[in-house]
Ligand binder design. Structure first.
Ligand SMILES: CC(C)(COP(=O)(O)OP(=O)(O)OC[C@H]1O[C@@H](n2cnc3c(N)ncnc32)[C@H](O)[C@@H]1OP(=O)(O)O)[C@@H](O)C(=O)NCCC(=O)NCCS
Length: 180
């Protein structure tokens, strides 16, 4: 029986092993990673799928500035190859998107395959004027508006906007920097 629950500190090693298994070292080269490195996920928006006590899926959401509009970046989404095709990816997506909407977030972006993510409401319809901070395939830059019109007029670079991880960057310097 697979359950979806918020990620806990004790899940981190298993999550990282799972991401290594699914993406290999190349995962650190992705442009999406530039928006996540040194940052923490949005509060309450990191989830794991657990099967008999074992982490078999992961998905997280991160604060970004999408060309002047506050948004979340979704990813990585990954499911253990041995557990795919059982709806675990879909369950992680639905849980994450529901939690994001409940928390008042207005839009979610991701870089991924439209044939998969289209079923969750993602398309490239609102991302044509946005750019990732590095190489990306435009047809794979997708978004879903949780609040209709949230990405109207969004244009330009997508920038990291999440809280910095302790010990990394200016936010570690003190309360003033954290408030900036
Ligand atoms: C994409 C992924 C998370 C899906 O996980 P999952 O638990 O197998 O997903 P679900 O069971 O909810 O859905 C499976 C369905 O999605 C389809 N699917 C999976 N990846 C797909 C893709 N890239 N494009 C189109 N369809 C895809 C499967 O063929 C299957 O179709 P079916 O329902 O008609 O049989 C998983 O395949 C994975 O971890 N892949 C490697 C990492 C990755 O590519 N992550 C996404 C980019 S961040």
């Amino acid at each position: 029986m697979v359950s979806i629950r918020p990620e806990r500190p004790g899940d981190i090693a298993a999550r990282e092993n799972l991401l290594d298994l699914c993406f290999g070292e190349a995962r650190f080269l992705k442009s999406s990673e530039r928006l996540r490195e040194g940052r923490r996920p949005a509060a309450g928006l990191a989830f794991v799928a657990v099967d008999h006590g074992r982490v078999v899926g992961t998905m997280r959401l991160w604060h970004v500035d999408a060309g002047g509009r506050p948004a979340l970046l979704l990813g990585p989404l990954a499911v253990d190859p041995a557990c795919r095709g059982r709806g675990i990816g879909a369950a992680l997506m639905r849980r994450g998107l529901r939690a994001a909407a409940r928390a008042g977030h207005a839009a979610v972006l991701l870089v991924g395959d439209a044939p998969y993510y289209g079923r969750f409401g993602f398309s490239a319809a609102t991302t044509g004027a946005l750019a990732m901070p590095g190489p990306f395939e435009r047809h794979r830059l997708l978004a879903s508006e949780l609040v209709p019109g949230a990405l109207d007029g969004a244009a330009g670079a997508i920038l990291a906007a999440g809280p910095r991880r302790a010990g990394e960057g200016p936010a570690a310097a003190g309360p003033l920097a954290q408030a900036a």
